[in-house]
Ligand binder design. Sequence first.
Ligand SMILES: Nc1ncnc2c1ncn2[C@@H]1O[C@H](COP(=O)(O)OP(=O)(O)OP(=O)(O)O)[C@@H](O)[C@H]1O
Ligand SMILES: [Mg+2]
Length: 150
Amino acid sequence: MEFISHSAAETENFAAELAKKLIDGPRCVRADGQSCAIALFGGMGAGKTAFVKGFARGVGFKGEVTSPTFALVHEYIGGAVPIYHFDMYRINTEEALYSTGYYDYLDNSGFIITEWSENIADYLENDAIIITLEYCGEDCCRKITVEGEV
Ligand SMILES: Nc1ncnc2c1ncn2[C@@H]1O[C@H](COP(=O)(O)OP(=O)(O)OP(=O)(O)O)[C@@H](O)[C@H]1O
Ligand SMILES: [Mg+2]
């Protein structure tokens, strides 16, 4: 699935709609209780945090969503299911990934959304939903590609 976004608001709305779809589908509430992993790819300023803002709104979370650059993970509780928002900018080994608690969060029946998934691409779950945000010409244009069943 591909979507061309022309503003941060459009990216947020696209993410909110995707979140609603996932909540109603088989990917979110899984029989095995595992979280649903959503891996964001895309460089500096591509709109990853904007995407997570919209996604959290779609799940029904009302609070603030900010980049967890220093904290590594922000937890958004209060929507339909919990969301764990990771920033992997400084993470690039499996040991480092382990130490963030990523694998514990996988058992928590929510959504795990990771910015800078490039850095942990080798360790992503096989069934992770891959979302790529790319610049496409004009300042505010972004191509958003969704891979994996949603
Ligand atoms: N179509 C668009 N989608 C998303 N953001 C856009 C778009 N057009 C312009 N922007 C702007 O680009 C910036 C995206 O910032 P954001 O923090 O979401 O990116 P990021 O990928 O998380 O960056 P970082 O690599 O620093 O984590 C914002 O300033 C936003 O207003
Ligand atoms: Mg960001």
